[in-house]
Design a protein around this ligand. Structure first.
Ligand code: MG
Length: 275
């Protein structure tokens, strides 16, 4: 009997050991589903992976240490409220906008642009039109974000300020009005979150247009909107420069409206394969 008891104890020990090892090797979800979970399941559309494939690479972990809207861990911080060291005037000289109290303010020293160049990206920026609005239409709080230095998402005080639709806040300037006017009052901080898919070129000719998705204060205002080409005024946009990257440029419209900016960050993306 003692021999049999020892044998049974050994078997129980082995079973427990196998269970413990299995549990430690497989994350709980996989252990729950079992290593053969996806076997025999069909191949996903437009993918080399099976439906529910446990071997499919998991998304990279991105964390956000600060409050909502702060730069995530894989972002490049372009302006943290302290200095414009990531920016230049474009002629090799340092960006000369006024930096104070955690923001940078337009002071009519010209456009600024990033030293680094970007293509596909997710871009976050917070902006504020002057609390005391002056001027009307395009003369009120006019600035803009130029992706690759060429394709503008309009900055404008569109709160109770009538202007042509394709020139209002969050328009793709001169091409597409926003879906709605989500503009806050002048003097209040506002947010743009923009996904830009750069145009593609083949043999110097545009093969896939640029595209914008824009949220203005959390409201969807552009959804996968096609860019017709380089931003133009009173004429049709066209694709001219077959570039893969370019700087982010912020416009000094020269109308003495002190638009302010803070908390600017960017995530470089590769949106090849999407449309
Ligand atoms: Mg503008």
């Amino acid at each position: 009997m003692a021999k049999r008891a020892r044998f049974l104890s050994f078997v129980v020990f082995c079973l427990v050991a196998v269970l413990v090892v299995s549990w430690s090797v497989y994350p709980w979800a996989e252990a729950q589903e079992g290593p053969n979970w996806h076997k025999g399941l069909p191949k996903q559309y437009k993918s080399k992976w099976l439906v529910h494939d446990l071997k499919r690479p998991k998304p990279a972990v991105v964390t956000q240490a600060g409050p909502v809207g702060s730069a995530p861990s894989d972002a490049i911080v372009l302006f943290d409220g302290k200095d414009l060291s990531q920016w230049t005037k474009g002629n090799g000289k340092p960006a000369a906008w006024t930096v104070k109290d955690g923001y940078a303010e337009l002071n009519h020293t010209g456009n600024i642009r990033t030293k680094k160049e970007f293509g596909d990206c997710q871009f976050h920026i917070e902006w504020r039109a002057p609390a005391e609005p002056r001027g009307v239409s395009q003369a009120r709080g006019n600035s803009g974000i130029f992706f690759m230095g060429l394709y503008e998402v309009q900055i404008m005080d569109s709160h109770k300020n009538s202007t042509y639709a394709d020139g209002s806040a969050a328009s793709i300037y001169g091409q597409h009005p926003p879906l709605v006017n989500a503009c806050r009052k002048p003097g209040e901080w506002q947010v743009y979150d923009i996904v830009f898919r750069r145009p593609r070129f083949k043999d110097g000719k545009m093969s896939e247009p640029g595209r914008f998705t824009v949220l203005h204060n959390g409201v969807l205002v552009q959804h996968n909107t096609e860019s017709f080409g380089e931003t133009a005024w009173r004429r049709l946009a066209k694709y001219r420069k077959a570039l893969e990257k370019g700087p982010i440029s912020i416009q000094d419209h020269g109308d003495r409206q002190k638009v302010a900016y803070r908390n600017i960050w960017i995530r470089e993306l590769d949106l090849s394969g999407s449309d």
